[in-house]
Design a binder for this molecule. Sequence first.
Ligand code: ITT
Length: 199
Amino acid sequence: MSKLLIATNNQGKIEELKELLQDAGIEFVTPAQINLQLEVEEDGSTYQENAGKKAVAFAQASGLISLADDSGLEVAALNGAPGLYSARYSPKPGAKDKDRRDFLLKNLKDKERPWKAHFHATIAIAKPTGEIEFAEGNCFGEIIPEERGTGGFGYDPIFLLPELGKTMAELDMDEKNRLSHRALAVIAAMPILKRMFSA
Ligand code: ITT
């Protein structure tokens, strides 16, 4: 049986998806393992469009069923920003995750707390034929003004899970993979994966 390709270039996502898929007993490969270097332009106006575009591009380049994730952080006080643009949310050329966190905090500085927010993930699973299916997950919390924790990636050090009293970056990978937007989307995608791999 062929393996599922994890269709992302984001190392943080790769590490999380590897563990989630392994726990579900799904065999997978990463782009590096098949020597595939592919950058897909994310010019869609929804998470679904971008996730679908990435999944189909990787599936057609590899001949493998491919799983892509398009995700983002939506902050209520910023009317849902950075949202779809979370990976590109900084005026600085060559910006890194820390620059994007700093820019977000700068934009929130004068807004009243709590800064309610949620992470969203849309997962697309595509066959080389172009057939696509989708699954989604959300994780609710709030943004805090000081960084805490060293785990995860992206906005994790400033995303607090109020019921745990911890930021996403203070969780270990197993804990994050029990409650994150990405974990919930992968769980929702399980019936699709089972169907595609048994067909
Ligand atoms: P690929 O397109 O190659 O998958 P990307 O980083 O460009 O990688 P997205 O366009 O989906 O992926 O951007 C999602 C951004 O949202 C990501 O770069 C982070 O800034 C943020 N993000 C998503 N999930 C996150 C998480 O679990 N923790 C922290 N930040 C997250």
